[in-house]
Write a protein of this length. Structure first.
Length: 233
């Protein structure tokens, strides 16, 4: 562990069992501090995406407890889950951009969904597109963008409402090394501003270069929990 004293996220003896007695998570206990940057790594099926999806309530634990900022989120009612997700920025593995909306519309949609005015949207969207270096493609449709550009739009959309927590599932999975590092630098800059960042990834070359906390999973258990000694450039 990393000497965390005030956990922002806490998994306590969490187990996830899928139909057919398939175990996804086997008694994991973890603490994440507010403002921390942590990677969940491991082979396909190790449980890293499941840990992420437990926080977003796409998956519900079979046993154990999960707390976010002191609140038990493990057994929320269905009607409370959208509110939980609005408190975090979520970057899904497949980007999930709206194909018939332009870049700025994809990002604006996330603001309108939580009730922001058109005036607020017009002010905020250009700021966030500039922040993630995609403003020059604001009028493009998703199918006109490269994988790296689509990833930037997905991150912009996740950040538009200033969430305290950003969760990314394989954010560099379809990118070449150069674009992978650009995305990680972007996430690192957000973390330096105080955002807690959790990333599920298998891109070990980039991960070790980051010099951040690495939680390695194997068959649903924590195999190791260390801070990489290799600093970023």
């Amino acid at each position: 562990m990393t000497g965390i004293t005030a956990p922002y996220i806490e998994y306590k003896d969490v187990c996830v069992e899928y139909p057919g007695h398939v175990k996804g998570i086997r008694g994991i206990s973890l603490q994440i501090a507010k403002g921390e940057f942590a990677f969940f790594v491991g082979k396909t099926g190790a449980g890293k995406s499941t840990l992420i999806k437990l926080l977003t309530r796409e998956v519900e634990q079979t046993s154990g407890t999960i707390q976010l900022n002191g609140r038990d989120i493990g057994h929320l009612k269905d009607r409370d889950i959208p509110g939980l997700r609005r408190e975090m920025g979520i970057v899904p593995q497949d980007f999930a951009l709206l194909p018939r909306k332009r870049v700025w519309e994809n990002v604006a949609y996330a603001m309108r969904a939580v009730g922001h005015s058109r005036k607020e949207v017009r002010r905020r969207v250009p700021e966030i597109l500039e922040q993630v270096n995609i403003a020059h493609r604001a009028d493009a449709f998703p199918n006109q963008l490269s994988g790296g550009e689509q990833q930037r739009v997905a991150i912009a959309r996740a950040l538009i409402n200033n969430p305290p927590l950003l969760i990314a599932d394989e954010p560099t999975g379809n990118l070449d090394p150069e674009h992978s590092w650009e995305i990680m630098e972007l996430l690192m800059a957000l973390n330096l501003r105080g955002t807690t960042v959790l990333v599920a990834s298998h891109d070990m070359m980039v991960i070790h270069r980051m010099g951040k906390r690495i939680v390695t999973l194997e068959m649903g258990r924590v195999l190791s929990d260390v801070v990489s000694e290799t600093p970023h450039d």
